[in-house]
Unconditional design. Sequence first.
Length: 299
Amino acid sequence: MKTLHDLGEFGLIERFARQVTSGPGVVKGIGDDTAVIDTGAAEYLLMTTDMLVEGVHFLRTMMTAQEIGRKALACSISDIAAMGGTPTWALVSLGAPSNISAKLIEGIGSGINALAGEYGVSVVGGDTVRHGKIIINVALLGTVAKEDVVFRGGARRGDVIFVTGTLGNSFHNRKHLHFIPRIREAHYAVKEARPTAMIDISDGLAGDLGHILDESGVGAVIDEAQIPLAKGASLDQALHDGEDFELLLTVPSSSADRLRRCRKFRFFEIGVITPGRDLMLRERSGKKRRVRPKGFQHF
């Protein structure tokens, strides 16, 4: 009998997805940054959820309660950004030990509410349970114009690959707590460059670009010299660490100059979509080598 360790995180998701039957109105179910639902309105409804667990995603001894709460909501806002959307309403559920300080829990709520106010999100409900560790689950809704939604699976040969910020070393430089969900950058890119695919980088550049390549049935070449490294980060960390929460997007070559020339935001050009299915890294020497994802998995 296979265990979750045998399946791995993405194997588990794939197995679960095969059991699910999508009903009317489901434009996109399991397999993208958010689900996309057609309710008959002018805009699509976006739905996403993220769970943060003490000891896995955060340590109480290394961050404030407000930082924990901020991260819990920011992860989901980043998912909405990756679809080109706007966040709207959130449900927040909390598990915690019964002997934990009420002040700490209030601090988590304060961090959630402060970020919600910045992005126009209304927290409209949730649930609470007793648990041995702090667990925070955010279910976030959003909207996107039907002509503006961006999926992972649309990258085409010749598309140019961009990222919205520096990568790697997010734990040590604390970016995983203070990252800025790239809603504004996503809206700009959608209007100016019409991305063919987009994802937020939570599992590392190699892993998340791999998701785009798998869904799109294409390959890519990325240039070591062009990957923007965060302060103190190595190339390996940029490729595999994760929790940078920058946007990774592909745009047609005909509109790539609009991002190259952008002065309002930073878009870093890092490579190009190719035929085939492999992710290749062009080293500074000019030599190419295949890159395989090796980021964090839960099982």
